[in-house]
Structures are given as structure tokens and as C-alpha cells.
Ligand binder design. Structure first.
Ligand SMILES: Nc1ncnc2c1ncn2[C@@H]1O[C@H](COP(=O)(O)OP(=O)(O)O)[C@@H](O)[C@H]1O
Ligand SMILES: [Mg+2]
Length: 408
């Protein structure tokens, strides 16, 4: 079996997935806009061949080049994979061009375009926020009239909460419209009150083979708008508990409605104060924010290889038991300086809890602080895992509030 991997070395987790594919014993070929010499050598070593396409996002031209490249070697591929949001539709176009099974272009668009996504789910009777597409200021206000306040305005195909705002009345909406003037298509939707979670899955052969629910604390939009926040994300051990269960049920229905057969999926959903699960969004890819690592810590599993086995052979043969709740704590430096001058509060917490803290990876003193708008990990991450949720939260909350990375 031969698999074509789009952008095999970038970003973040892609090298791990590419290596995972090679470890399952399939032949891996890659296409991307990263020159091979700048790639992690272990990624290059995982591939049989790599096609460098500087203008990767010109989808038709990339499809032409890949088709010609394969034909000139008398080669074919059995699967096309991509775990990076901007390449999900490109992957589908390549499948179509190369006559390969998997997510079609129409299906991929339902994962990419938030309006098409929610309309498909509405038709399947799934609860989504009341929503409209808006292409002009006039359409935004028209949608607001139907949706009511409070509401959310966000790009139709956004990521990382960029250009996403709430408005509680017309005057706030007028300000929001100014801030998103550069975005050509918007989604205007009902603001859903409640806690926010993920539902992440690895599917193969039409079955969900691994499931995960992560609790965002606070919600991603709050983190985006408040630079002082240390975002915590807790992958929950017990998915049958009261909080995650409605989301698991919702998520399974969503995957079915979208016809998702194989690969990683990352859904976000809200749990309202009345206990209802409301759909947020879904991507046909692995989650960002190191969540695949959180799942790996929860189950002592390697889901990079697990995903590869699922998409190629339709099974996941590792032990999938969840032994731990796993919290990821992302730190952002405080202070006005450009370089990290000191780190406070870490030692006493590690003295007390180190056996439950498998990773402490903070930006070192003397290094430049990172731009939290660009990297989810900010100025470093700490991993906590424990079988008991309350204990996991207690340790994670102390690390989030008592450890200070300072750029003085
Ligand atoms: N309808 C909504 N109600 C409440 N909060 C929302 C709503 N839509 C988005 N948000 C907030 O904005 C964040 C980003 O929106 P999302 O649809 O997930 O887009 P992105 O692709 O940028 O992640 C969400 O994680 C959530 O915190
Ligand atoms: Mg999101």
C-alpha cells in the first residue's frame, strides 16, 4: 500500500503522523511547500519520495503536478491523507483526480465551510447554533435581526478563534463589523452559553476506533481575548460521566451525518446549563493545541501510529483504555519585556506533584518570549495526569495560577 501525505513535515504534529505511517509498513510519499532540506531528517527518512510544490495552495496546479509526477514514475497511490486544516479540501481534490477512495470534495467542504457544515447537520436533526452566512455589512445586520443578541461573528472558514467576536447589542455589532471588514465571508450565529469541550476521534473502516473529550478551561475565545490567561485543556478519563456523555452522543451522530469513515476528526461543542450538547464546529483532521499528545498520555498509547493503522488497515490494535485524566497547561509570559527573565512558583509545585507531571517544557530564562497569538503553546506547556479528575484539576489549576513565566 502507498499513501500520499500532504505537508508531511509541517506544522507541529505532522512529522509524528508521517513517521507513524512509515511504522505501519506502508510506503509513504509526500507533497508539500516545505523544501526537503529544511525538514526533520526523520520525516525525510520516512518517505520514499517527496514532491516540492512551492505554490501548494493553488489546488488545481498542485493536482496537475502530483498527477504528472506519479505518472512519470509509473506510480499510483492508494490513499491521500492530510491532517492540517488548510489542506483538507486539497486532499479531497487529489483523491478525485487520482481516483482514490476517501473523503470527497463535497464532504470535505462540509468540514471546511461552517455554513455548509451546519446546514448539513440541521438536515440530520442535530442541534446547531442558529446561524446565517453574511457577505456584507447589510447581511450581518439582517442575520442579527433573525438570530437575536447575544451573537457571535466569525469567519466562514476560520481557525484559532481569529477574527471571532461576540456582540450583545447593535452598537457592539457596529464595532465588530469594523473589526472584521477584511473578512469576505462571515458566519453570524446565536451565542451559546455554557462550557466548551472537544470530541476527538480516530476512525477506520467506517467505525469510531478511539474517542476523546477535552474540556477547555476557559473557552478558547476567552483565552484569545485575554493575554494573561493560562489555557488549560483536560482530556477526560471517563467519557460516560455526566459532562462528556451528551457530547459523545452528539459527536457520533455528527460523524455519521457527515459520512466520516476514516481518519482523525476534531469537533467542538457546548454543554449548556440545562445539560444539552450543542454543536460548535468540526474539522476532518487531528486537533491542534497538542491534544493528540494529551490522548497519548491518557491511554499510554501512540495515536500517531494508531491513526496510521486506522486509515490504512481500518483497525487500531493498541490498548485503548484510558488510565488518566490529562491536563495541558499552556503558559504565557507576563511583564512587558521581550525576553524571559525568571520563572516563579514552579519549584514548590514540582516538589509536591512531580510524579503526576510528565512534561515541563517552558521557554528558558534568557530566551525570547513567544507571540501567543501565533503559537497555542505560548511560552511553554506543562502536562499533568492523574486517574482522579478533581486531583488533576487541582494540580493543573495551581500550575496555571501559581507558576509565572516573567519577561521583565
Ligand atoms: N455560537 C457560539 N457560541 C458561543 N461561543 C462561540 C460560538 N461560536 C464560536 N464561539 C467561541 O469562539 C471560538 C472560536 O470559534 P470556532 O467556531 O471554534 O472557530 P475556529 O475555527 O476559529 O476555532 C470557540 O471555541 C468558542 O469559544
Ligand atoms: Mg474552534
Amino acid at each position: 500500500m502507498r499513501v500520499l501525505m500532504i505537508s508531511p513535515g509541517f506544522p507541529d504534529d505532522m512529522p509524528n503522523f508521517t513517521k507513524g505511517l512509515a511504522e505501519t509498513g506502508v510506503e509513504v510519499v509526500g507533497v508539500g511547500d516545505q523544501p526537503e532540506f529544511s525538514m526533520d531528517p526523520r520525516v525525510a527518512a520516512s518517505m520514499l519520495a517527496y514532491l516540492y510544490v512551492p505554490d501548494l495552495w493553488n489546488e488545481d496546479s498542485t493536482a496537475d503536478q502530483v498527477e504528472y509526477w506519479l505518472a512519470s514514475h509509473g506510480a499510483s497511490v492508494d490513499r491521500v491523507e492530510c491532517l492540517w486544516e488548510p489542506g483538507v479540501v486539497l486532499a479531497a481534490k487529489l483523491r478525485q483526480r487520482l481516483g482514490v477512495e476517501g473523503l470527497s470534495v463535497e464532504q470535505a467542504v462540509a468540514f471546511r465551510d461552517k455554513e455548509t457544515m451546519k446546514r448539513t447537520l440541521d438536515a440530520a436533526g442535530i442541534r446547531t447554533p442558529h446561524h446565517y452566512r453574511a457577505r456584507s455589512e447589510h447581511e450581518v445586520f439582517e442575520a442579527a435581526e433573525r438570530v437575536g443578541f447575544p451573537l457571535v461573528v466569525k469567519p466562514i472558514a476560520g481557525a484559532g478563534s481569529s477574527d471571532t467576536y461576540t456582540a450583545v447589542d447593535e452598537s457592539e455589532l457596529t464595532d465588530v463589523v469594523e473589526m472584521v471588514r477584511h473578512v469576505s465571508e462571515l458566519s453570524v450565529e446565536e451565542f451559546i452559553e455554557g462550557e466548551e469541550f472537544t470530541y476527538d476521534t480516530v476512525s477506520g473502516g467506517g467505525e469510531v476506533l478511539y474517542e476523546n473529550v477535552t474540556w477547555y478551561r476557559p473557552k478558547p475565545l476567552v483565552t484569545r481575548l485575554n493575554p494573561w490567561v493560562s489555557q488549560t485543556a483536560i482530556s477526560l478519563r471517563d467519557l460516560e460521566a455526566g459532562q462528556p456523555a451528551p457530547g459523545v452522543e452528539l459527536g457520533r451522530k455528527v460523524l455519521k451525518a457527515l459520512g466520516y469513515e476514516a481518519g482523525f476528526a476534531h469537533m467542538e461543542w457546548f454543554l449548556t446549563p440545562t445539560g444539552e450538547a450543542v454543536f460548535g464546529e468540526i474539522g476532518a483532521r487531528s486537533p491542534g493545541g497538542r491534544l493528540t499528545h494529551a490522548m497519548n498520555f491518557s491511554s499510554d498509547i501512540d495515536l500517531f501510529r494508531g491513526w496510521a493503522e486506522a486509515v490504512t488497515f481500518g483497525r487500531l490494535s493498541q490498548d485503548k483504555t484510558k488510565h488518566y485524566n490529562t491536563a495541558l497547561v499552556f503558559k504565557r509570559a507576563s511583564g512587558g519585556g521581550s525576553h524571559i527573565t525568571h520563572i516563579e512558583g514552579l519549584e514548590p509545585l514540582l516538589a509536591a506533584y512531580s510524579e503526576h507531571v510528565p512534561v515541563v517544557d517552558l521557554v528558558r530564562v534568557g530566551e525570547r518570549r513567544r507571540d501567543w497569538r501565533k503559537v497555542v503553546t505560548g511560552d511553554g506547556w506543562i502536562v499533568v495526569r492523574h486517574p482522579d479528575l478533581a486531583t488533576t484539576m487541582e494540580i493543573a489549576d495551581r500550575l496555571a495560577s501559581e507558576v509565572r513565566v516573567v519577561a521583565g
